[in-house]
Design a protein around this ligand. Sequence first.
Ligand SMILES: [Zn+2]
Length: 91
Amino acid sequence: MTTTTPPQECVLKWCNEAGEHRTHRQYVMSLIAWHRTWLVGINVVQTDDGPLHVELTATTRWSAPATITLQPDEAEAVGQALIEAATRAAR
Ligand SMILES: [Zn+2]
């Protein structure tokens, strides 16, 4: 099998992945959290011809990453809940 896509470049302009890949990702945010124990990542993802969705990953130095796949409206609900919780926690 050969590919027409150069290794460094994806046909999708928004995609940040390099090399050959089947899952397209745009890296939106990556954060080291809670006393440098957690790495949290948020990406926009598309696999093959599936719909665009949001991927939330959380990992520690000692564990495999947990990946949560969300539809856009679900991601929005999580985001709003995070803002609400952060507001309450900061009081
Ligand atoms: Zn891509």
